[in-house]
Design a protein around this ligand. Structure first.
Ligand SMILES: [Fe+2]
Length: 550
């Protein structure tokens, strides 16, 4: 069966293509439209579809629109209720629902040749659940699944269990109670962009003390049935509101810390309830925007009852495109295959990359090993724009569209945040060869998608200061030679030169822009930022060769 998945309703519009139960392509619309998160999550934008990524998914697999068996849309307007009844203050929500109802017609217009009858609505949290439970590596037994989200049609959370590819829901928390909306509210109060900058709040939290935890325990409570309640919170009573981009003070870090710790406690309680209700499933799979909170994930993995915790790398709404498609493929009789990696987006052949370099008239070479060439530049404390293979699905760069640097120089954090125009309190993350992980870090292993934080062992903190956060943690990506041979070679070569099995890895973009997707965008970034080497597939472009000063 050929099923195209579509996420369009709130934010992070995306498309995914599943053929015979296997994900063959998935991409976020922002990588094509170059608009961060694709669109703002307002009701007026709900009609907008991931047209470019959907067309690319089909073209990349050589599938015509009329050969699709179904299109899976990750929101079911039939489940919706009036926003006032749900306790939401969203006066235009009816417009969102109306647009969702007409999605089959909009899709038929966007994808000429599509029969609107082939469009199936998938409940939003069933799509999130499928993106975790059906895409996770096989567990050998039942897989518990926990969706922690901002909102779907009428709920914000789903706890369930997958048995033989079928979801049995166990509890779903109804709106307005929502951990995702709670975190979004705080994000807004701290002067950041909600539904976008929540990860900045998580980073800020590590600088604070949870002074308001007692109060938050009263305001955010778990219930006996596997759900939770969130009371109305007067944020200003705990820290004054920050204007957009305004100055942050200790009181703001303390508030962020308090909410973060309470979130972790609630997530732990929900996961324990689910463990019991699922009859002791050994694996937990997670999705939903809150599942991108890698600090909470790490605590859950360390203190929760599960042997394994797996988080969908596109845990936010973009991942519902993939989940909806897997869910409908299952309904049509296909058995889903676990996803092998997050590199599901666009890729270019060597010939195409070389043609782009020629077109740009850039002086390039083809070294014997691009990995060794990049390692040499990194060992000299240079910055490398690393562009290899297919782009990543989800918000993290995982060695395909990455900006790399030396972890041993304490100044690297400032240089990287300068290149990217980011706040200086934001940590940068390490990638490490899988076989060396345990020597340097404690915590969840393997961690190929950077969705957990780890403790840097004390004896290594001074050796890799650039990736050791203020609280002694690091958000590690483990690199496995079987799946990422070129990155593994780069790390091995860097270690040979420096004795450090770690490289700084951050996403290949500049502030406020989506990650680089095309070779041309990689060259544009290289030309506009102090990057020393562009490693474009097997080709190298050195800053020095351009005749400019470093
Ligand atoms: Fe969602």
């Amino acid at each position: 069966m050929r099923v195209l998945g579509i996420n369009a309703i709130f934010h992070d519009p995306a498309a995914a293509l599943v053929v015979d139960g296997r994900v063959v392509a998935a991409a976020e619309e922002e990588r094509f439209s170059r608009r961060k998160h694709g669109k703002r999550p307002v009701p007026f934008s709900a009609w907008e579809l991931p047209e470019l990524s959907a067309a690319w998914c089909l073209a990349s697999a050589g599938i015509d629109v009329d050969a699709l068996d179904a299109v899976a849309y990750s929101f079911d307007p039939g489940l919706c209720r009036d926003a006032v009844d749900l306790g939401l203050s969203d006066p235009w929500d009816w417009l969102r629902v109306d647009y969702a109802r007409r999605a089959p017609q909009f899709l038929a217009a966007a994808l000429p040749g599509l029969d609107p009858e082939k469009v199936r609505f998938v409940p939003h949290h069933v799509a999130h659940a499928a993106s975790a439970g059906l895409a996770a590596p096989p567990a050998g037994d039942d897989t518990a699944v926990l969706v922690l989200d901002g909102r779907g049609e009428v709920a914000s959370h789903l706890a369930g269990v997958y048995r033989d590819g079928r979801l049995s829901p166990l509890y779903s928390q109804q709106l307005p109670h929502s951990l995702g909306l709670l975190y979004e509210d705080l994000t807004r109060h701290l002067g950041f962009l909600h539904s976008s900058d929540e990860y900045k709040v998580m980073a800020l939290a590590s600088y604070g003390q949870p002074r308001h935890l007692g109060q938050l325990r009263d305001l955010v409570r778990v219930t006996d049935d596997g759900g939770f309640q969130v009371e109305r919170i007067d944020w200003s009573s705990m820290a004054k509101a920050v204007a957009a981009g305004g100055e942050l003070a200790e009181e703001h870090a303390d508030l962020a810390s308090s909410v973060q710790v309470r979130l972790e406690e609630v997530v732990l309680d929900l996961s324990r309830w689910l463990y019991d209700a699922s009859g002791g499933a050994t694996t937990l799979a997670m999705a939903g925007g809150v599942a991108l909170n890698c600090v909470a994930n790490a605590r859950l993995a360390a203190e929760g009852p599960y042997r394994d915790v797996w988080v969908q790398p596109a845990a936010g709404d973009s991942g519902t495109a993939l989940g909806a498609a897997l869910h409908v493929a299952g309904e049509l009789g296909d058995r889903s295959a676990p996803m092998a990696g997050a590199d599901l987006g666009r890729g270019w052949s060597e010939e195409e990359l070389e043609a782009e370099l020629r077109r740009a008239a850039l002086p390039y070479t083809r070294p014997a090993s691009i990995a060794a060439e990049a390692a040499r530049v990194l060992a000299d404390n240079g910055i490398v724009a690393w562009y290899q293979g297919r782009s990543e699905y989800g918000p993290r760069a995982l060695g395909h569209r990455s900006l790399l640097a030396h972890p041993g120089d304490p100044d690297t954090t400032r240089r990287m945040n300068d290149v990217k125009g980011r706040e200086q309190f934001r940590p940068i993350a390490p990638m490490v060869r899988a076989e060396r992980f345990a020597e340097l870090f404690d915590g969840v292993y393997p961690s190929p998608y950077m969705l957990f934080v780890h403790r840097v062992k004390p004896e290594w903190r001074d050796r890799i200061p650039a990736v050791t956060h203020v609280d002694g943690t690091a958000r590690v990506q483990t690199v496995h030679a079987e799946t990422e041979p070129v990155v593994a070679e780069l790390l091995a070569e860097f270690e040979r030169r420096t004795g450090l099995p770690v490289v700084v890895n951050t996403s290949l973009n500049t502030a406020g822009r989506p990650m680089v997707d095309t070779p041309r965008e990689a060259m544009e970034l290289f030309g506009s930022a102090p990057v020393d080497l562009l490693a474009l597939g097997p080709f190298a472009v050195h800053r020095g060769a351009l005749g400019g000063a470093r």
